[in-house]
Design a protein around this ligand. Sequence first.
Ligand SMILES: Cc1cc2nc3c(=O)[nH]c(=O)nc-3n(C[C@H](O)[C@H](O)[C@H](O)COP(=O)(O)OP(=O)(O)OC[C@H]3O[C@@H](n4cnc5c(N)ncnc54)[C@H](O)[C@@H]3O)c2cc1C
Length: 402
Amino acid sequence: MTTVLISGASVAGPALAYWLQRYGYSPTVVERAPAPRPGGYAVDFRGASMTVLERMGILDAVRAKATNMGDITYVNEQGKRVASTPPSALSGELEILRGDLVEILYSRTADTTEYLFGDSIASLTDDGSGVDVVFESGLTRRFDLVIGADGQHSNVRRLAFGPESSYAHDLGYYVSVSTVANHLGLDHTGQILNVPGKTVGTYSARHNAEAKALFYFTAKDKLDYDRRDPESQKAIIDEQFAGIGWEVPTLLAGMRQAPDFYFDSITQIKLDSYSRGRVALVGDAGYCASSLSGMGTSLAIVGAYVLAGELHAAGGDHVRAFAEYDVRMKDFVAACQKLALEGAMWFIPGSKGFMKLRNLTLRMMPYLPWRKVIEQAPLKAGNAIELRTYEDQLPRPAVPRP
Ligand SMILES: Cc1cc2nc3c(=O)[nH]c(=O)nc-3n(C[C@H](O)[C@H](O)[C@H](O)COP(=O)(O)OP(=O)(O)OC[C@H]3O[C@@H](n4cnc5c(N)ncnc54)[C@H](O)[C@@H]3O)c2cc1C
């Protein structure tokens, strides 16, 4: 049985494990966190990823946990509505909290996949016929293939492809999301305020029991901060959003207390090929499109489907499979990454003039003849891949691990 080590147990990792075990492979997933990571922001699905969810048999489970968000309202500093967007613009065809999605994926794979929590890969040695892996815990194992599904700052990519700086393209923005109280009593909706170069908002989550506070801002130069120090990152948000009206002081206070504070640069990962020898990348590790694209989760789910399917179709010949994976994903990745650049202009307008134009366009949207072109751009990117059907080549049903 071909053994595959996957680094990362968020979206791409467990989705890949799901397909690999269905095709008769033996997947092991190593995750740095001590357990599947709960919480997090809302992520959404569009286009081809909906088909993959259906083929995985989890579409109904994801629907059952859908956020069911309504319109999102843009407000001014006095809290007055200035425009709104329909759910399809920011919530896709189907939206779920990232933690809920991870739980579904983990529960569907826990019986058939070996999970190693609280560990990480320290070194990889690919000798052409297999990969020797040393874990941080001291464990050593040999695998036929190793796949990095460990996100934007992928450890596997660093070990097998070289430093992140060679592949990371900063878009010039930073983002923070955390769980806060739903102090506005939002009912399956959200409110957003823009000031030039900054976006701050809150949306309800978990059937209005809580809310998320989100902060986006532009930074001309790369910020120098410690990625492992949330307190210094919170101070950056505090400084960036100080003195802004509306509900911002309350959201900042909530962010400071939040149990699940998230902060990062908005960066895309661009590679010519998603593999080196017996090591390959999937999801954000290989082709992060950024939160501004709204396509990262779709890319992760579709990428896992294509990578496992191509391995299966090539009869386990990883050289052929990885080459085909590159070809099949390339245009899809490009379309999703392009969406982020367009999304940034609209979501974080750089000037008062553009803010006014954006708000006017949103208000006029129902009457614009080219409305459908604008509304369907994200769906078009979500469908920018033709999915092969690999199911009819299935060798055997999934066998639970002893
Ligand atoms: C604020 C924000 C909002 C977003 N909104 C959307 C949205 O609306 N729609 C959408 O489609 N996408 C959205 N995304 C993007 C989406 O979250 C990602 O594209 C998606 O989660 C990618 O999944 P992944 O499994 O590739 O990587 P990740 O979800 O980043 O998971 C990587 C996993 O690897 C683990 N890991 C990291 N390092 C190691 C290591 N050394 N060893 C072992 N494990 C490791 C991590 O703990 C994590 O579990 C958003 C992202 C952010 C940050």
